[in-house]
Design a protein. Structure first.
Length: 137
């Protein structure tokens, strides 16, 4: 899988409704995973909230979103980041090192409960980034 770069939007509890709306606008295939899909590791009160969703359209558009994770402040204007994802670990780790250098790491780049390696940071210019390295089968 080639690396991809796309917007990632956070919502305050309405991620599923928003993604269904965007699917109605752009068409395509929508996948939605709630915190509850991961069982007992779901934070209290987050079982039905969206942990990750992705809309891929026939035109090649990709949009990802989630409900704001526990412990992170939601404020319109800070509710989106740029997502880098793929399975080329060396390439993506290289991007992570450069993006996080001089910035602020919110989630260290490490293995997560869904099995992938993931991290979140804000670069030195204030831009939010998410890096996800897919684990091959």
């Amino acid at each position: 899988m080639a690396s991809r770069l796309n917007p990632y939007i956070s919502f305050s509890g309405e991620a599923k409704q928003a993604m269904e709306f965007y699917k109605g606008v752009f068409g395509g295939n929508l996948s939605v995973h709630t915190y509850g899909d991961f069982g007992s590791e779901a934070p209290p009160g987050y079982g039905d909230k969206v942990m990750h969703s992705m809309l891929e359209t026939d035109k090649g558009f990709t949009l990802m979103c989630s409900d704001n994770p526990p412990g992170m402040e939601y404020k319109q204007g800070n509710n989106f980041a740029v997502s880098l994802s793929g399975d080329d670990a060396d390439e993506l780790r290289g991007y992570w090192e450069k993006l996080s250098d001089g910035g602020n790491v919110q989630v260290p780049l490490e293995k997560q409960m869904w099995g992938d390696v993931f991290g979140m940071c804000t670069d030195k210019f204030g831009v939010g980034w998410m890096v996800n390295i897919s684990q091959q089968g």
